[in-house]
Structures are given as structure tokens and as C-alpha cells.
Design a protein around this ligand. Structure first.
Ligand SMILES: Cc1cc2nc3c(=O)[nH]c(=O)nc-3n(C[C@H](O)[C@H](O)[C@H](O)COP(=O)(O)OP(=O)(O)OC[C@H]3O[C@@H](n4cnc5c(N)ncnc54)[C@H](O)[C@@H]3O)c2cc1C
Ligand code: SF4
Length: 330
């Protein structure tokens, strides 16, 4: 690992200033992703600005009945918070489906949103990778890609986004709050992650040097029945092959509204808007759930070795929607 300077501050403005002073600086939260990348030689920041002492942790209610989750709240605390579990259970389930207990005790909400892809070529500086070294190529397209994207990829990068939390946040229309030296701003999660396009190294719409301060969840999205299901290659400590965060609003046997987001299938959380539209006003029945999943996945472009994800995503969407409908009938 290359030598680096370490600074810690309890003041947001000082953190922003410390970062701006050094082009090669990075914020350090739990360090569970950044430090690994430094050890692998993927990242070599000259300075780390530790954000864990900033007054940005905890969960509180907004005036309209939504929730604000501070950026330095640990994944464990976010998942365990009674109001997160009661109003946005799919978010709690998504966070608990990620990593391990020890990692969740250290990892933070801000760091989780900005963790990098788990594509093995990205993590290996001896390999070309457009995301790490723009213009060098994407060996995953013809190489090892069984857990790569089936939706929204480009010929420049086929990696998937790793965050489980972000998938649930996408389903709930969460908003990312940030601070810069020029003031505060916010970005809906739906616009936070950029499409891959020609520039896979550009991952988010966050302005340079911005510090994530919180994530807000709107009151209108709260639902005690929402669900997160994740299929992975081990029972824990593994990233998603496919995951689904979903909620159904059902009245008199018909769907009044649906929220569905997919993980493990694209570079960013994939809001299944086509499926949501198919379900709007439809009977809450298995054939409609299958039709919605098929409509969404008709856009899938699987690679040589990840066709299984199309079937997996279809089955998982149908299973989660069926569970939600059965729960609504009880
Ligand atoms: C073995 C293993 C398995 C894992 N499995 C899963 C999984 O299944 N699902 C899942 O979702 N995650 C998984 N994770 C990822 C883990 O949850 C992330 O490493 C973690 O959430 C990152 O949080 P952190 O606070 O440690 O971030 P850090 O490593 O400290 O930072 C990550 C990035 O975010 C930036 N950053 C951090 N905080 C801020 C802020 N407030 N504002 C601006 N930038 C910031 C840093 O500069 C850095 O670029 C796994 C990790 C490991 C090591
Ligand atoms: S899929 Fe993306 S991250 Fe992986 S090698 Fe290709 S460009 Fe790099």
C-alpha cells in the first residue's frame, strides 16, 4: 500500500476543506471497501479524510413523516432501527442481506452507496478495465462474466452495482443529500447512479468533492409489507446474482400501485418501471405478475454465460409479488 496522510475532523466544513486541499484525497468511512481497494492497488489516495466523527449518524423522522438516515450511520444501526423496520422493511432486509455482521457494524450508509463494483478485472490492476483505466478495454465481455449485467450495459462495461441497500432505496424513491463548499444539494436515487454509456469510470452524479450527509425516505413510500429477496451463491457474505425490492398496494384484488427495483442485473439499481406499468390496475394474480416480469425482462441482453439471470430475475419477481399479494389477503 502506498503511504498516505490521515486526517480526522468533527466538522463538516473542515472535512470538505481538507478534501479540497488535495486532488488525491478521499473520504474514509468504515473503510471496508476503500481500504481493500488501496491494498489491491486500485486506489492510491494521498490523503484520507475520516468522516466517522462528523455529526451525521442516526435516524430521525422528517416533518412530513418520512425518515432521514445519516450518512455515517452504520449498516447495522440503519437495519435495526425500529422505524426503518416498521415503515421500510425492505430496506432493513436489504441491508441485512449484505456482507456479514462484522462488516455491517463498520460499514456506513454513505460508503455503501459509493462502494465500487466487484468485477474481478476491476480489482486486479494487472488487467485492462475501462472503469479503472478508461480506454484500456473490458475483458469481462468475452471473459468471466457469469455475475455481470443483463440490462443497461454498454460495450465499455458490463459490471453490476454491488449495493443491496441502494436497490431498496431505489424502490422507495429515496433522495441522497450532500454538502459541498458551495452549499447543500440533493439527488433522487433514480438519478444518482449514471448510465454506463461511454464513460464507466463516471459512476454517480455527485459533484466532485461532495460529502454525502444523509439519505431521505419519503413518507408516501412507507409500507410495512415491502419485501427484499436476494439470490446469491452462498447463504451470506456474497453479492447478489439477482435481487428484488418490491411493494404492492392492493385494493379489492387489484393493484393500485407497485414499486419494484432489481439488483445484480445492471450497473445501477434497476427500477422496473415497465413491470410497474403492466401491474397498474391489473388483478393481483400470478399470470399478471408473470406478464409484468416478462415485459420488464424483454429488454434484457444477456452475455454468453449469464443467461440464467433472465430466468432467475423473472422467477424472483413473480415469487416476491406473489408473497406480497398473499400477505395482503391475510
Ligand atoms: C467481503 C465483503 C462482502 C460484502 N458483501 C456485500 C453485500 O453483499 N452487499 C452490499 O451491499 N455490500 C457488501 N459489502 C460492501 C460493504 O457493505 C461496503 O464495503 C460498505 O458498505 C462500504 O461502506 P464503508 O463505510 O466501509 O465505505 P468506505 O470503504 O469507507 O468508502 C467507500 C467509498 O465511499 C466514499 N465515502 C464514504 N463515505 C462517504 C460520504 N459520506 N460522502 C462521500 N463519500 C463517501 C469513500 O471515499 C469511498 O470511495 C461487502 C464487503 C465485503 C468486504
Ligand atoms: S465489466 Fe466494467 S469493471 Fe469489469 S472489466 Fe469491464 S470495464 Fe472493468
Amino acid at each position: 500500500m502506498k503511504a498516505f496522510a490521515y486526517r480526522r475532523t468533527a466538522d463538516v466544513r473542515s472535512a470538505l476543506t481538507l478534501l479540497a486541499e488535495d486532488d488525491g484525497a478521499r473520504y474514509l468511512a468504515g473503510g471496508t471497501n476503500l481500504v481493500d481497494l488501496m491494498k489491491d492497488g486500485v486506489e492510491a489516495p494521498m490523503r484520507l479524510v475520516d468522516v466517522r466523527s462528523l455529526p451525521l449518524d442516526g435516524v430521525r423522522e422528517t416533518s412530513d413523516g418520512g425518515l432521514v438516515i445519516g450518512a455515517t450511520t452504520t449498516n447495522s444501526d440503519a437495519a435495526a432501527h425500529p422505524e426503518v423496520r416498521r415503515r421500510y422493511p425492505a430496506l432493513s432486509q436489504a441491508v441485512l442481506a449484505g456482507a456479514s455482521g462484522q462488516l455491517r457494524n463498520t460499514a456506513t450508509v454513505g460508503g455503501n452507496l459509493l462502494q465500487r463494483t466487484r468485477c474481478a478485472y476491476f480489482a486486479d490492476p494487472s488487467q485492462p478495465c475501462n472503469k479503472r483505466d478508461p480506454g484500456s478495454g473490458c475483458p469481462a465481455i468475452t471473459g468471466e462474466h457469469h455475475n455481470h449485467a443483463i440490462l443497461g450495459w454498454s460495450r465499455h462495461c458490463v459490471a453490476t452495482g454491488p449495493s443491496d441497500m441502494a436497490v431498496a432505496l431505489a424502490a422507495f424513491d429515496a433522495v441522497v443529500q450532500y454538502e459541498t463548499l458551495d452549499g447543500a444539494g440533493e439527488i433522487p436515487l433514480s438519478d444518482f447512479y449514471l448510465a454506463v454509456g461511454d464513460s464507466p469510470e463516471m459512476e454517480t452524479a455527485l459533484p466532485a468533492g461532495a460529502l454525502i450527509t444523509a439519505v431521505t425516505l419519503p413518507a408516501s413510500a412507507a409500507s410495512p409489507r415491502s419485501r427484499y429477496r436476494k439470490v446469491r451463491e452462498r447463504a451470506s457474505y456474497a453479492f447478489a446474482n439477482v435481487s428484488v425490492a418490491a411493494d404492492l398496494d392492493i385494493a379489492d384484488g387489484s393493484v393500485r400501485g407497485a414499486r419494484i427495483a432489481l439488483g445484480g442485473v445492471a450497473s445501477r439499481p434497476w427500477r422496473a418501471q415497465v413491470a410497474e406499468e403492466v401491474l397498474q390496475g391489473a388483478p393481483a394474480a400470478a399470470d399478471r405478475f408473470r406478464a409484468a416480469a416478462d415485459a420488464e425482462l424483454s429488454a434484457a441482453e444477456p452475455l454468453r454465460d449469464n443467461r440464467y439471470k433472465v430466468t432467475l430475475a423473472r422467477n424472483l419477481i413473480v415469487a416476491v409479488l406473489t408473497e406480497l399479494a398473499e400477505g395482503a389477503r391475510r
